[in-house]
Design a protein around this ligand. Structure first.
Ligand code: M6R
Length: 607
């Protein structure tokens, strides 16, 4: 949601804080701000909009000092203006916050009644005032934070600087991630290891309720009972280079093109190519007793879960319920004792999904997590951890995380089917053979990049676009529509192609491009019939199929995109590529901000 960073350093920190924000800008880009401590004063610089505006502000009004905090914001409470930008400060205290203080209204009213004056509409500012009150009453920074944290409800990661204490920063986390970085005579706080990548790779992940006092050469961590605790210091392995665009114009483009590599990388942890068998990373994990699966996720990860529902039911004959995480808890779902709850997330920090995970855990479900960030909250709370190895995904539109999730889910479905006695060894070998083909097929799909770029002008002027697919390719139609919406701002909807005739076909006219996903296979004929119903009403079709499919049904389409001929199992991975590329090139043609589309953030850590 928002990104926060703090440095207690040997040298000037403002530029390094901004550099850290640059690596976290994918978390939010409504405003940015920095506050340093210098000669007994808090030096605060803020700007609305992208980080570039803060850079200009700092060029005009530098923020000297060797201690500081900084923030990049995705607005929740209050418009994205400079006065609502973090850090929020009083005369004594400045702080940055990621999360939501849910009880900020009563706290704010009580503070106003005690004579405090607010300068923003944010929930965060109450925390600055509460801590400031304590400091003004003579408490030390530690005592002040210890007194205030129990008053806060909701989710927070905080980094706090004190006017009179240029020798320390305090951090705290509950529900939002926060890490401590260990440098040489310097110490850091950050929302993630990525933010600190060029500064240090020695990272401690704070646990729920932890708070921490950092100085230049020391770190003291306390748990929610204020007992001093130790947290492991690990080597993050995230290098600064992992978050560079390289020769690509956008991170999204780079990440689309990384898919053959990262899918192969991910599959190598889930299959044994020589033996042609499936092998989960936690092979000893007992799935034999699982009779029902509940899948919960958001956005693109949810669509990966929808594809997996087809696989779990087809191969393992295990019934699957699937929900978007934001709805799941509130419908009070009936969970079968002994069931498996499966959560899918790129970030592992999405608040809705994390809350659903904790709900299922409290109900005694076994928790399986397919996640790309191995140090995330979801990864740490899983019984069965199923990592994807997509590497850092920076573009707000998820691409490579999706295909890696599909690779893991296909392997999991095959493993479950084997355990349930629904798959023979020969069938297992066949599935593995198809999975092994996926990276090459992804490469072949990427070879159509230029052609897709050339047809972007057919879609770019549209006000509405429809995507159609059947079976496991129906979720891909939803994913295609989501990709187009989020980066090109064109209204798009995905439908199960057979559902068109029940209403949406009324929308069809020559101004509405209809993207049809129709790989050869058992559902091809049916999809093509639905496509013809659209054509008969003047609909302009973009047909995505293989050579056989295009030869059979391509005539009369406005455009066609040829995919390699693949087994239906891996079709959802391969057909993800043209829908990603189409959305990407349409967005480029429209001149939108591909990697940082309006109103969005990469990691949504509020409900
Ligand atoms: O990190 P997660 O996979 O949990 O994130 C879920 C969604 O927020 C995410 O997939 C979102 O829909 C993307 N912007 C889609 O491209």
């Amino acid at each position: 949601m928002c990104g926060i960073i703090g440095i207690i350093g040997k040298d000037q920190v403002a530029d390094r804080l901004v550099d850290g924000l640059r690596r976290m800008e994918y978390r939010g880009y409504d405003s940015a701000g920095v506050c340093t401590v210098k000669d007994g004063a808090l030096v605060r610089r803020r700007a609305e909009g992208k980080l570039a505006n803060l850079v200009k502000e700092l060029a005009a009004h530098p923020a000297p000092g060797t201690v500081g905090i900084a923030h990049t914001r995705w607005a929740t409470h209050g418009a994205p203006t400079t006065s609502n930008a973090h850090p929020h400060a009083t005369g004594e205290v400045a702080l940055v916050h990621n999360g939501i203080i849910e009880n900020f209204r009563p706290l704010r009213e009580a503070l106003i009644a005690r004579g405090r004056r607010f300068e923003s509409e944010t929930d965060t500012e109450v925390v600055a005032h509460l801590i400031s009150e304590q400091v003004e009453a003579g408490k030390s920074p530690q005592e002040a934070v210890e007194a205030v944290l129990p008053q806060l409800r909701g989710a927070f990661a905080l980094a706090i600087a004190f006017r009179q204490h240029p020798d320390l920063l305090i951090g705290a986390r509950l529900g939002s991630p926060l890490v401590v970085g260990y440098g040489e005579g310097e110490t850091y706080l950050g929302s993630d290891a990525l933010a600190l990548a060029p500064l240090t790779q020695r990272i401690a992940y704070l646990e729920e309720g932890d708070w921490v006092v950092i100085t230049r050469d020391g770190v003291r961590i306390f748990d929610r009972e204020n007992k001093e605790v130790e947290r492991d210091v690990t080597t993050s392995g995230v290098t600064a280079a992992a978050v560079e665009k390289g020769p690509y114009r956008h991170f999204m483009q780079k990440e689309i093109f990384e898919q053959p590599t990262v899918v192969a990388q991910t599959l190598s942890s889930y299959i044994r190519p020589l033996e042609q068998t499936v092998a989960l990373p936690q092979m000893d994990f007992d799935l034999d007793g699982i009779d029902r699966i509940t899948i919960v996720a958001c956005g693109t990860s949810f669509y990966a879960g929808m594809v997996a529902k087809y696989w779990f039911e087809t191969f393992a004959r295990v019934p699957v319920d699937i929900d978007v995480a934001s709805e799941f808890r509130y419908r009070d779902p009936v969970l079968q004792p002994g069931g498996l709850a499966l959560f899918i997330s790129q970030s592992g920090e999405t608040a809705d999904t994390l809350a659903a995970l904790r709900h299922c855990k409290a109900q005694g479900q076994t928790i399986a997590v397919v996640v790309n960030v191995p140090t995330s909250s979801m990864a740490r709370e899983a019984d069965l951890l199923l990592p994807t190895h997509a590497g850092p995904e920076i573009g707000v539109a998820s691409t490579k995380a999706f295909t890696c999730q599909l690779a893991v889910l296909a392997a999991l479905a095959a493993h479950l089917a084997l355990r349930k006695g629904k798959l023979s060894a020969a069938e297992e070998r066949e599935i593995v053979r198809h999975l092994i083909e996926a990276p090459a097929a992804l490469n072949a799909a990427l070879a159509h990049d230029e052609e897709i770029a050339a047809m972007a002008h057919l879609v770019a002027p549209a006000r509405d676009v429809l995507y159609l697919g059947r079976g496991p390719d129906y979720p891909l139609a939803l994913e295609g529509a989501l990709k187009l919406k989020e980066i090109s701002y064109i209204h798009a909807e995905g439908y199960a192609s057979g559902e068109m005739k029940h209403g949406p076909i009324a929308l069809i006219d020559e101004a509405v491009p209809v993207i049809v996903l129709a790989p050869s296979g058992p559902l091809f004929e049916k999809t093509v019939s639905n496509m013809q119903e659209v054509m008969a009403r003047g609909g302009k079709i973009v047909l995505i199929s293989d050579a056989e499919g295009l030869a059979e049904a391509g005539e009369g389409s406005m455009a066609t995109i040829e995919m390699p001929r693949v087994h239906p199992l891996i079709a959802p991975l391969v057909y993800a590529v043209p829908v990603q590329l189409l959305a990407y090139h349409v967005a480029v043609a429209k001149g939108t901000d591909v990697d940082q589309p309006r109103n969005l953030a990469k990691s949504v850590t509020v409900e």
